[in-house]
Every structure is written in C-alpha cells, then in structure tokens.
Design a protein around this ligand. Structure first.
Ligand code: C2E
Ligand code: CA
Ligand code: CA
Length: 595
C-alpha cells in the first residue's frame, strides 16, 4: 500500500531529523564534555565543552593532537586501563573520577565515563564532567575545618594534629618540642573600647607579628578569641623556647596603629616542654595552660615554664647569653690558675688556666654557666683565643719577673679546635707574647679529637711540631679508640675527676684508673689525675704510679695575685721532697695565711 508507506516514510524521516537535531543540541550546547575516539584513544570529534575542560583548540583536534588516554595524569592511567578492560567485555564502564592535564599544564579534576558506540566495533564515546569548582568548594570547606577564618592560621584541630606528628618525629631525635600558649593581656577591655571591627583587625595584626617571630617549620595557631599557640620543633635547650617567648612579647609590645590611634599590648605566655613536662599532646597543652595561668597571675608581660624553676634559670641564661659579647669586649673575663704537682715530690710542674667571668650584676660566674652558651653561639672561639693569649702573656710575665718557667695548660673547646685557622692563630699568639711553645699545653677532650680524627691528627702534628704539649682532658669519659690513641701525637692523658672521686670506694673505678695509667705508660705518655680532694685518693694514685696530680687537696684555682704569692713562696721556702704522705703540704694550707 504505497500511500501508507509514503506517510510512514515521511513521519519516520521527520522523527529522525528531530532526533538528530536533539542530539546535536546536546552535543553542541551540553555542559558535559563529549568526544568520540578510536580504540587507540585518538579523539576524532569533540564538543566545545570537552575542548574547554581540557583546554585544547579545534585546530589541535583537527591536527590529531588529542588522545583522551594521554590527557590523563600519569597516576590515574591505571583507571583508564581498567575501564577499557571492562568496556571490552560489557561495552560500557561505570563513571570514575580522575585528573586530566590541560594544555597549559594545569590539572582538571573530572568525572569520566565511556561506552562503545552501538553498532560500531571501533568507536568509543566519552563523557567528561568538570569537577574543578566542586573540588575548590570542597577544599575550602576542608580548609576552614582546619583554619581560623579571621587570621587564616591553623586552628585548634590542626594544631593538635601537627603536635601529634611532631611528637612522633621528636621521639626519634634528641630534640625537644615546646608548646607556647600566648594570651593578650586585658584583651576584653580592648575589645570593649575598640569595638569588634578594630579588635578583629588587631588580632590579624597580632597573628602576623607572631608568625614573623618563628621559623617556617614551626606552627602558629589561633584557638579563638585572643588565644594563640605556638609549636616549636627545634628546641635544644629550654632557653631556646624562652628566647622565642621574649621575642614574641617584644614584637607585640611595639605600638599598633588604627586610624592614627596608637595602641599598646602586652602578652602572657605559658611554656611546656616535651619530653620534660609531658609526652603526649593533650598533657602538653594542659601543662602549657597551667604555666600560662601562672604567667597571668604576674599581671601581664611575663612568660612562665610549666616547671617554675626553669623560668628563672632560662631568664638568667638569656641575660648571660646577651651579655657574653659585651663581657668579652669590656674585659670582664679573668683567668684563675690551678697548680699541677708531681705526685712524689709535690713540685709545682704546671698550671691549668680556667676562665671565670666577673659579671657586673651577677658576680663571679664559673664556666659551667657560660661555656655552653658560648659554644652554641660561636663566641667560644673569641673567648678561647682571649684565654690563650692572656694565659701566655701571664706566664711570660711571671718568667720576666724572675720565677722559674712553668708550663700553662689551656682548654680548647671542640669548636675552637675545628677552626681551620687554629694552628696559625696559636702560632700568632706565641709570636706576639714571646712565650716558648714548650711552655704551652693544649687540653682537648676525646670528643673534639674524634669528631674528625684525620683532620685532628694533621692539626696535632702541626702543633706538636711547634713544640706545644698536647693532653687529652677528661680521659675515660669519651670513646677514643686505642688504635687512634697510638696515632695521635699526645703527651699526656688526664684522668677524669669522676674516676678519681670514687677511686677508694668503687673497685671498678680503681680498675679503670689503673688501666689508664698502665695504658699511658705503655704508650710512653705522661698521666695526670684531676679532682684529687683527699689524702686517700692521693695515696691510691701514688700506688698506681700516676705521674702528676691536680685538685683541691693541693689548691683550688688561684687568682693571679694568689698564684704570684704561691710562686714567691716556692722561691723562698720551696716545695719539698721531705714531706711524706702523712704530712701533706697542702698548698691550700700554705696559702691560707695570705687569703
Ligand atoms: P676541666 O677542664 O675538667 O677543669 C677542671 C675543673 O675541675 C675546673 O672547674 C676546676 O676548678 C675543677 N676542679 C679542680 N680541682 C678540683 C677538685 O679537687 N674537685 C673538684 N670537684 N673539682 C675540681 P671549672 O674551673 O669550673 O671549669 C669547668 C670546666 O669548664 C673545665 O673543666 C673546662 O672544661 C671548662 N673550661 C674552663 N676554662 C675554660 C676555657 O678557658 N676554655 C674552654 N673551652 N673551656 C674551659
Ligand atoms: Ca681541663
Ligand atoms: Ca677535666
């Protein structure tokens, strides 16, 4: 029935072209990226949306430069492989998320799906939805879950997270961690007077200033209100944390300006240390809070450690560290000299130069309080040079005054020994002061020699060649290998006072001392015991054939005036072979009448 067929053809045709029109609208105007590709992935046709998502042009497409598989970022390509395998079996794959690399190199997060074109063995159709905006929104939500919206600093949540990670890392190293809680003094009043808009501005400014006080590896957080927190990860000593606390307080005490109005702030800080005060995040924060409360009780502008005693100690150390350089410039350092005597004859054979600091406010300070600080900030090199120069000068001037020449022993810190110009600087000092190199002895610890044994051997040989004596201080406490000991050009081993202390009560210590003396003699070295305080100790050392002794039994370290008197005494009365060990000529006793 031709008429009916005609009608059907016409309707079919119409339906077909409507269908085509609809499809091409979807293709041309849809927001989903659509492309057709062959089985190798080469894109043969693509809509505008697709080109826009991946950032390529129609020319790139015509030139055959677009391959959907190659657009995929490397770490997602296994997902494409998997989808292709599924498609080979079922003809389609479930949509999945991946990232494409745009033409300009940036990344486009997308949702991707593909299917075989029906009726064709060799053609695929791919659908790509741009997730960029969605991801950005998600990141923003995430960001504000962990950051403070006002200052953009990490919030309490993120701070705790970082603290936990830092604790794990600190567990594996020697370092300490410090948590500082910072609170602005009188902030409630400021808030009331300024109004919250200005107060917010102030908090933003405070955040910036605190951030500028610390390293990038440290975390600054705002817990809300005027509560800020600091996590310091590179703390060697409590003073390091105190230093930052002071720095923060100083920085915050500089004027803030709002609408030409000057505003001054002070702050209180509580400090807690890991592992000393707490080992876990919660307790660290709690102890820092306790310390903060104590700081607040002091009515502002104070910091406090959780362990109260530490605050005063850290403060004192900070003062000392700040005064070290000026102390050196203002010649506040002095040297005391401690006699070293022959163990049999009690003849004075040498002296050890020991530095002290006459601090204008704190009185006479001993090396234990400041040598460590000087080592940390490098001033030990200048201080050590000053000691050596002054000791050489002093020794020379005693000679010039007519006293018998005496060797002077000077302590060298590890850092000083490692100076490349050490040998030159020693030579220069000897030249300037005119002291016979034979009369200078350098005391080094095992630690400073063993830091770089090969370099040490070279330096020691150079010093030795000049005629200088070398002794190993605190011997027995370090880790010298016997093998090296043989190769070092050393003159003297100095037995550490910790072994001497218990020589009569601890058989192990006596055995160690005995072994050191035997070892020294086998290597043809001189051996001296330090820290000899009692007659019993002296007798044991005599029995073990130690060569020389130094300690309070004979004399404490003496000022120049005292030592001069001692030398004069020796010239007139002489020290004395006639005394035996039951009638010890303690130089301390000898000296008592002119103290
Ligand atoms: P050290 O080299 O082991 O010095 C010996 C220390 O033991 C001195 O303490 C001395 O006063 C003390 N001492 C002496 N006899 C006795 C005793 O019978 N009993 C006890 N208990 N102690 C005794 P000082 O002067 O406080 O020096 C401490 C450390 O400071 C020295 O230990 C040395 O390592 C360092 N030091 C001192 N002066 C200098 C210096 O000019 N440069 C460097 N780098 N370090 C120095
Ligand atoms: Ca010493
Ligand atoms: Ca020593």
């Amino acid at each position: 029935m031709p008429p009916k067929k005609l009608l059907t053809d016409a309707a079919g045709h119409q339906a077909l072209s409507r269908c085509e029109a609809r499809l091409s609208s979807i293709f041309d105007y849809g927001i989903t990226g659509i492309c057709f590709a062959d089985l190798e992935g080469l894109v043969t046709e693509a809509n505008e949306a697709f080109l826009k998502i991946v950032g390529y042009t129609r020319e790139d497409l015509s030139a055959g430069r677009l391959n959907w598989r190659e657009l995929t970022a490397q770490e997602y390509r296994h997902l494409d492989d998997y989808a292709t395998e599924i498609m080979n079996v079922t003809g389609t794959c479930a949509p999945f998320a991946k990232e494409c690399i745009r033409k300009d190199g940036s990344r486009a997060p997308v949702l991707f799906g593909a299917a075989r074109v029906s009726g064709s063995e060799k053609e695929l159709v791919c659908f790509t939805v741009d997730l960029t905006e969605y991801k950005q929104a998600e990141e923003k939500v995430n960001y504000f879950a962990y950051h403070d919206a006002l200052t953009n600093l990490p919030n309490h949540e993120l701070f705790k997270d970082r603290l936990k990670h830092a604790l794990l890392a600190a567990d594996r190293s020697e370092r300490k961690l410090a948590v500082l809680l910072i609170d602005l003094d009188r902030f409630a009043t400021i808030n009331d007077t300024l109004g919250y808009v200005t107060a917010d501005q102030l908090l933003r400014e405070v955040a910036k200033r605190i951030v500028a006080c610390v390293r990038e590896s440290d975390t600054v957080a705002r817990f809300g209100g005027d509560d800020f927190a600091l996590l310091l990860t590179e703390v060697n000593r409590p003073e390091d944390a105190a230093k930052i606390a002071r720095h923060v307080q100083e920085t915050l005490s500089a004027a803030f300006y709002f609408d030409e109005q000057e505003l001054f702030l002070t702050s209180s800080i509580g400090i807690s240390l890991n592992p000393d005060d707490a080992k876990d995040a919660v307790t660290l924060l709690k102890t820092a809070g306790t310390a903060l409360n104590r700081a607040k009780e002091l009515h502002g502008n104070h910091y406090q450690f959780y362990q109260a005693g530490r605050t005063t100690k850290a403060l004192r150390q900070l003062v000392l560290e700040n005064n070290l350089r000026s102390g050196l410039e203002r010649e506040e350092f002095i040297i005391h000299y401690q006699p070293q005597v022959n163990i049999q004859s009690f003849q004075l054979v040498a002296m050890e130069a020991l530095v002290r600091w006459e601090h204008p406010a704190l009185g006479l300070l001993y090396p234990a309080e400041f040598i460590g600080l000087a080592e940390d900030n490098g001033l030990i090199v200048s201080i050590g040079e000053w000691v050596m120069r002054t000791a050489c000068l002093q020794s020379k001037s005693w000679q010039d005054a007519g006293f018998d020449p005496l060797r002077v022993a000077v302590n060298l810190s590890a850092r000083q020994f490692q100076q490349p110009a050490l040998v030159e600087s020693v030579a220069q000092i000897l030249k300037d002061t005119g002291l016979d190199p034979n009369l200078l002895e350098l005391e080094l610890t095992e630690g400073s020699i063993m830091k770089d044994p090969n370099q040490a051997i070279r330096k020691l040989h150079e010093l030795k060649a000049m005629g200088i004596h070398i002794s190993v201080d605190d011997f027995g406490t370090g880790y010298s290998s016997l093998n090296y000991l043989k190769r070092f050009p050393i003159d003297t081993l100095k037995i550490d006072k910790s072994f001497v202390k218990d020589i009569n009560t601890d058989p192990d210590n006596e055995a160690i001392v005995s072994a050191i003396i035997t070892l020294a003699h086998a290597l043809k070295l001189n051996v001296i015991a330090e820290g000899v305080e009692t007659q019993e100790q002296l007798e044991s050392l005599q029995m073990l054939k130690c060569d020389e002794v130094q300690g309070f039994l004979f004399s404490t370290p003496l000022s120049v005036a005292e030592f001069t008197a001692l030398l004069a005494e020796r010239l007139t009365i002489g020290i004395t072979k006639d005394y035996n060990t039951t009638r010890l000529p303690s130089l301390v006793n000898v000296l008592q009448h002119f103290r």
